[in-house]
Ligand binder design. Structure first.
Ligand SMILES: [Zn+2]
Length: 430
């Protein structure tokens, strides 16, 4: 008994295990926050939910590694006489799905990391924050934006490893895509045609690209021939004058309201919808979307009152004249009118027929979700049944390959034909 007491009184007796909670956070740096959106509305710190971590003795062996919990934390016993290295990596796990952000494709096994140490544990909670404001830390924004999507709709998204590379895509075809972020099944969010800008600064753009990735995987899963090719290749047309059917070319850019083949408009509108859903509460009627570029709503080359920093995916907010070819908009928030925005703008026929606009399809999917109450799981099932790989925008294509019939069939296959009929006038039957 005496011997035990003596032992406790020695200096070594101060060595003990302390219960240490380590929480990892992301410090956001987005340009498109706080315009009426409901989630990630400020540049603040966000929990590194489900992110990869490791804790090791400083200069020594790893003592714990794995994935953080929903609060971005891990709790464990550590020695208060040793020092440790706390590391967070650019990977997060959501059951079957994961997000992996790599520097380049040639470094496909590498992740970005943020390390703090040496730290001597004192118990309680220790916070580790990786900041997106540090140059080169764009991966922090990527992780925030994509984590929000997966956490808001757990188990709804297809279970794949979503790989992102913070470099420009390479290869002949990539140039036509202007390094703009989604190509052949992989994503490149760190680059843009604007050298002063990066896509990773825009949360809506980041999740828009995730929408493309989801569409790609869903449809390539259906069609083995899809392989590694572009599963959802949109065909764009001239946005300078969307009413002029003589101006065509796939090397042209696209916009929320540009004239596009119907396949392109749907593929882009779907990706917009995924972003809109992620950062807005579907139960509300103020779906707010902040585009990464200025939208010329009436194509008069004058960007003044009709210039919107944000617009509404809903039709009920604005009181503009709802004529996309009409007078300047004066409302601070332009509302995307349902029921065929493209037809409102240039009610044409011939080549103009069988085309649509991205905002039409954004509004369409939003209405299916918000107004008609179709669940996200059902929406994903519908879109998988649409078979976007192999459909056609050509007037000469068989009806079974055309967009509107593919969509109708997919709704029918899921017992929701009435919903399709209710939304039938969103510019997609032209
Ligand atoms: Zn897109």
């Amino acid at each position: 008994m005496i011997a035990v007491l003596i032992s406790l009184a020695t200096p070594d007796a101060a060595a003990a295990s302390v219960f240490q909670k380590v929480c990892f956070k992301y410090d956001a740096n987005f340009l498109d926050v706080g315009n009426g959106d409901d989630h990630v509305t400020h540049n603040n710190t966000y929990k590194a939910q489900n992110a990869k971590y490791s804790i090791s003795e400083y200069g020594g062996p790893t003592v714990s590694s794995g994935y953080l919990n929903d609060d971005g934390c891990v709790s464990l016993f550590l020695s208060n006489t040793k020092s440790y290295l706390y590391v967070m990596a650019s990977q997060a796990n959501f059951g079957a799905a994961s997000i992996d952000v790599h520097p380049t494709r040639s470094q496909a096994q590498q992740l970005y990391g943020h390390a703090v140490g040496p730290v001597t544990p004192t118990g309680g909670t220790y916070n580790v924050t990786a900041s997106a404001s540090i140059p080169g830390n764009d991966w922090v924004n990527v992780m925030i934006a994509w984590t929000k999507t997966f956490k808001r709709a757990p188990a709804a998204w297809p279970g794949y490893s979503y790989n992102l590379y913070m470099e420009a895509p390479s290869g002949g075809g990539a140039a036509a895509w202007e390094a703009d972020r989604f190509y052949q099944g992989t994503l490149y969010p760190g680059v843009s045609i604007d050298p002063n800008n990066v896509a990773a600064l825009y949360k809506f753009a980041l999740v828009h690209e995730l929408g493309h990735a989801i569409g790609f995987y869903v449809n390539c899963q259906r069609d083995a021939a899809c392989g590694t090719a572009q599963g959802e290749q949109p065909f764009f047309e001239n946005e300078s004058d969307p009413c002029d059917p003589t101006l065509t070319g796939n090397d042209l850019g696209h916009d929320y309201n540009s004239k596009e083949n119907q396949t392109a408009a749907e593929i882009e509108g779907w990706a917009h919808y995924v972003a809109a859903f992620t950062f807005n509460n579907v139960g509300e009627t103020d779906c707010r979307y902040t585009p990464a570029n200025i939208i010329r709503w009436n194509y008069d080359s004058v960007q003044q009152n009709n210039t919107a920093e944000a617009f509404s995916c809903e039709g009920g907010e604005g009181t503009a004249d709802n004529d996309y070819g009409g007078a300047e908009f004066t409302d601070p928030v332009i509302a995307v009118e349902g029921r065929d925005a493209f037809g409102q703008f240039c009610a044409g026929s011939g080549d103009v027929a069988n085309r649509g606009m991205e905002v039409d399809w954004l509004r369409f999917w939003w209405d299916v979700h918000q107004t008609s109450g179709v669940t996200l799981d059902d929406i994903l099932a519908i879109r998988a049944d649409m078979g976007t790989n192999g459909w056609s925008s050509l007037d000469t294509a068989p009806a079974s390959l055309k967009v509107n019939s593919r969509v109708a069939q997919a709704f029918y296959a899921n017992g929701l034909l009435s919903v399709w009929a209710a939304q039938n006038n969103n510019g997609i039957t032209r």
